[in-house]
Ligand binder design. Structure first.
Ligand SMILES: [Zn+2]
Length: 304
């Protein structure tokens, strides 16, 4: 038992260290001059150029009316709260996995991070009647009190061998219309559970940045995300997939959304989704820009 716990802990430390190393390596290679930079940058999550972002932002946000809900103020205690603000970085490390029988899956790495004024804190309260591990979000207040809100459940994930918080993210592939705006969802992961923890520093210049990792375990007691920290799920992990079997080659938008139900209280729900354009062609997948799609000079769904 102790040995098991010990190895679990060691495993987490090694996993955390590996994730940190990857981030450092990526950052280091990102700073190298070309041609090394050129070869590495093709594999990095690139922010789309400003014009592309501006042009597509409204179109891409339109399909998520649920996450536009304004935060409901608590009418009884007009005290300042330190809410988290969950955001998604553009999906990266895209791969196409080919399986016998013509089945093919898109695999992706994904990072969720907290840019808010306070941590995301998810605390277990076991419900003896329902025999379920209910999860309450604790929001820190100016007067040192905490506001509690029921936000979901912790569930055991057999493939990952640890506890997850339910319905935390959603991956979708959207078709593109001839004018390159979003068409419809052609593949969806359904809402995915996550072990929510601090794995990577995303913004150490954030005024409320937490210099130490506070949420480090995938247990069923508490999970969370400190301010300025991210939680990365790499493409090789179970669940980091979209089933694209039968989908024709062409251009698509891959959209990743955190807190898709809007269950978790946040400062701003408009930054919950991130996306990249992809080209699917001849059993390969590549990230592309809107400019490259336009230069291809063909209808988005008919490109060969
Ligand atoms: Zn997991």
């Amino acid at each position: 038992m102790i040995a098991g716990l010990h190895s679990m802990f060691l495993g987490q430390v090694i996993q955390g260290a590996m994730r940190t190393c990857v981030i450092i390596l990526v950052a280091w290679f990102g700073m190298l001059p070309s041609p090394a930079h050129a070869s590495w940058s093709a594999r990095l999550p690139e922010a789309a150029p400003g014009d592309v972002f501006e042009r597509t932002k409204d179109q891409l946000m339109a399909p998520f009316p649920k996450v536009f809900r304004p935060i409901e103020p608590d009418p009884y205690t007009p005290v300042a709260e330190y809410l988290p603000d969950l955001g998604t970085l553009p999906p990266f490390d895209l791969r196409l996995q080919l399986l016998p029988g013509g089945r093919r899956f898109l695999r992706l790495s994904n990072t969720i991070w907290n840019s808010g004024q306070g941590p995301l804190e998810l605390i277990n309260e076991f419900d003896p009647d329902k025999k379920l591990t209910m999860v309450y979000q604790h929001v820190l207040r100016e007067n040192d009190e905490r506001r509690k809100k029921l936000v979901g459940e912790f569930v055991w994930h057999p493939a990952h061998d640890h506890w997850h918080f339910e319905q935390f993210t959603l991956y979708e592939l959207w078709s593109l219309q001839p004018d390159h705006s979003l068409g419809e969802v052609v593949a969806s992961s359904d809402k995915l559970s996550y072990c929510v923890m601090d794995t990577d520093v995303v913004d150490w210049e954030h005024p409320k940045f937490a210099p130490r990792r506070s949420y480090v375990g995938c247990n069923q007691l508490s999970q969370g995300l400190s301010v300025g920290w991210g939680d990365t799920y790499f493409s090789y992990l179970d669940g980091q997939t979209l089933d694209l079997t039968g989908l024709p080659d062409g251009f698509y938008a891959l959209v990743s959304t955190v807190n898709p139900n809007g269950a978790i209280l946040e400062e701003d729900y408009r930054n919950n989704a991130a996306w990249v354009f992809i080209a699917l062609r001849n059993h390969r997948v590549a990230q592309v820009t809107l400019k490259e799609i336009k230069m291809a000079g063909c209808d988005a769904t008919l490109c060969e």
